[in-house]
Design a protein around this ligand. Structure first.
Ligand SMILES: Cc1ncc(C[n+]2csc(CCOP(=O)(O)OP(=O)(O)O)c2C)c(N)n1
Ligand SMILES: [Mg+2]
Length: 583
């Protein structure tokens, strides 16, 4: 029998509780406030991945959460360590991704007295998390971890932050000694009062800690839509002539269910558009999956199921679905199900499970929509032919459409695609076909540039057997380029493809048209591949179509041999994305 190591200090209580939750990775950038959590976690067999920016740590934890369904974990130091995470936390909150973040804090007795990096952290972070918990007693550390994991996963998933003051994390003897030294030896009344106060303070901190055990992982049952909503949705679909399914990230909140949800969607037989984390759900080329002309399909549909998709700007606040259509909204969030438009049927609960439950009642009706599907497929082919046209070389360097088509042909069947950028990435989202469920990661509704480095890190660790590609804009790659250092130190062989159009093109496209000035949107043909090589990665420059096959083969071979790679691809300007909006 494997013996549990004895709990040695507060940091180890956190580590023991993380082990109980099945955590395999903690992403961090170190700081004196959190050292005991890191050393104890390592001692218990958790892999510590130290990154170069706290935002990366949270983005990586976010990716782990999305790919496994188990909250991803990051630990950052007090003050600036924590404030650096705010964008990544907000991104996780908006993407409904369950992240557990540990934040350091000044010693309990010194808070508010000018200690190093001591700020009131709660008001800065609380708006971006489901729960902000400040720990005051050692015995609460273990149970707080259990609570954090349960809260992060329950209902609408999201991030949670636990603030752990440094004096709760070290061993009791050292802390008592530290407080005794701080209290001094003076015999005046003020000295004695301080001693009394500090003594009582320490007693409270450690009270009841001897017997406290780490919390075991709690079951968090997913919220289930009512039977009545499932029955009426099935009836509405059976009665429809042109039904449509739109599936978003939230339908894959229970990552281990992905294969079952995919099988269910295929059985439903309803044509489907996939977005966000749901892309790839049906594999590379499923006859039910449509990729183009979503807006016109929605306009024509008489029954639309939005599975984990709110009527936000992506559906023009609900206007993409025609008024007379029967609207069915399956969502864990009642507010999201009703956002901007009241659905005819609201199925409040997990959207993926809802889809599974539709299969049996719909199968009984034997309903099929062959001609509607054929109509949509014909339009797909027409659009594909148009794209083919746009893949023709136009300038001196590479046509992005043609390059991405080459990448689509080359990337392995185990490719996992991370998207971070503007135009180039939006083009990629049409051309690249994610191969399997949960093989596409994008920031989600917050549209945050800079997620790529952290997402790829988390993805590569969860799926070491996969070929992890980051599809970067040259602007976006700048945020996390430093993490090539992390990839090299930790032996993480991601392949970054930088679509180098020497600019923040998605913004330039409209700014120049509307305001006739490209100010602040122009970048250089920077040698990003040399930057990566400087960190010890493989750097490859591609300036012409003829170089593409060899470059991609070299990139894959290097990654296979364990080396991270950056492919710097010089792009021509194209009008592929003209007319699309970015606000
Ligand atoms: C953190 C953040 N800052 C700024 C933006 C605004 N923004 C959206 S797309 C874009 C341009 C991206 O440029 P690049 O990554 O080079 O991709 P391209 O459009 O050139 O293909 C910018 C600046 C954003 N979405 N997120
Ligand atoms: Mg660019």
């Amino acid at each position: 029998m494997k013996m549990e190591p004895l709990i040695s200090h507060g940091g180890d209580r956190v580590a023991a509780a993380l082990t109980a939750q099945g955590v395999r990775f903690v992403f961090t950038l170190c700081g004196g406030h959190i050292s005991p959590i890191l050393t104890a976690s390592k001692a218990r067999g958790i892999r510590i991945i130290d990154v170069r920016d706290e935002a990366t740590a949270v983005f990586a934890a976010d990716a782990v959460a999305r790919l496994t369904g188990v909250p991803g974990v990051a630990a950052v130091t007090a003050g600036p360590g924590l404030t650096n995470t705010i964008t990544a936390l907000k991104n996780a909150q908006q993407a409904q991704s369950p992240v557990v973040l540990f934040a350091g804090a000044a010693p309990t007795a010194l808070q508010g007295r000018g200690a190093l990096q001591d700020i009131d952290q709660r008001p800065l972070v609380a708006p971006h998390v489901k729960l902000y918990r400040k720990i005051r007693r050692v015995r609460d550390l273990g149970p707080a971890v259990g609570e954090a994991f349960a809260v992060a996963r329950a209902g609408v998933p999201g991030p949670v932050c636990i603030e752990c003051p440094v004096d709760l994390l070290y061993d009791e003897t050292s802390i008592r000694q530290w407080y005794a030294e701080a209290a001094g030896k003076g015999s005046g009344i003020a000295d004695r009062l301080l001693r009394y106060y500090l003594n009582r303070h320490v007693e409270k901190m450690f009270a009841g800690s001897a017997g406290a055990t780490p919390a075991a992982a709690r079951e968090v049952p997913p919220p289930a839509a009512s039977d009545a909503s499932v029955a009426s949705a099935a009836a509405a679909l059976a009665a429809a002539e042109r039904p449509l399914l739109v599936i978003g990230s939230q339908a894959l909140s229970i990552a281990p269910e992905a294969a079952r949800i995919a099988a269910a969607v295929a059985q439903l037989g309803v044509p489907v558009y996939l977005s966000g984390m749901a892309r790839g759900l049906l594999g590379r080329d499923h006859p039910l999956q449509m990729r183009h002309q979503r807006r016109s399909a929605l306009r024509e549909s008489d029954c639309v199921v939005l599975a984990g998709v709110p009527c936000d700007f992506r559906l023009d606040y609900g206007r993409h679905v025609r008024r007379s259509a029967k609207l069915i909204a399956a969502n864990r969030s009642a507010a999201d199900a009703r956002l901007n438009r009241r659905p005819d049927i609201a199925a409040i609960g997990d959207a993926g499970l809802f889809l599974e439950r539709l299969v049996a009642p719909l199968a009984q009706t034997g309903r099929r929509w062959t001609s509607w599907i054929e109509e949509l497929r014909t339009r797909e082919l027409t659009r594909e032919a148009e794209i083919e046209e746009q893949a023709r070389p136009q300038g001196k360097f590479l046509n992005p459409v043609a390059f991405l088509r080459a990448l689509e042909r080359t990337a392995g069947e185990n490719a996992l695609l991370v998207a971070d950028g503007g135009d180039f990435v939006a083009t990629a989202s049409y051309i690249l076909h994610p191969r399997t469920p949960l093989s596409w990661l994008d920031p989600g509704v917050f549209g945050t540039l800079g997620v790529g480095a952290g997402f790829a890190l988390g993805a590569a660790l969860c799926h070491p057997e996969s070929e992890v590609w980051i599809i970067y804009g040259d602007g976006a790659c700048g945020y996390g380029l430093i993490e090539f250092d992390t990839y090299v130190r930790h032996g993480i062989p991601v392949i970054a493809v930088v679509g180098n159009d020497a600019g923040w093109t998605q913004i330039a496209r409209e700014q120049v048209k509307m305001l006739h000035d490209d100010v602040a949107t122009v970048l250089a043909r920077t040698a990003y591949h040399e930057v990566a090589a400087g960190f010890g990665a493989e750097g490859i420059l591609v300036k012409s179509a003829a170089e593409v096959p060899a470059a991609l083969a070299r990139a894959r071979a290097a990654a296979k041999a364990g080396k991270p790679v950056l492919v710097n691809v010089w792009l021509d300007k194209t009008d592929f994305r003209d007319g699309s909006i970015s606000m």
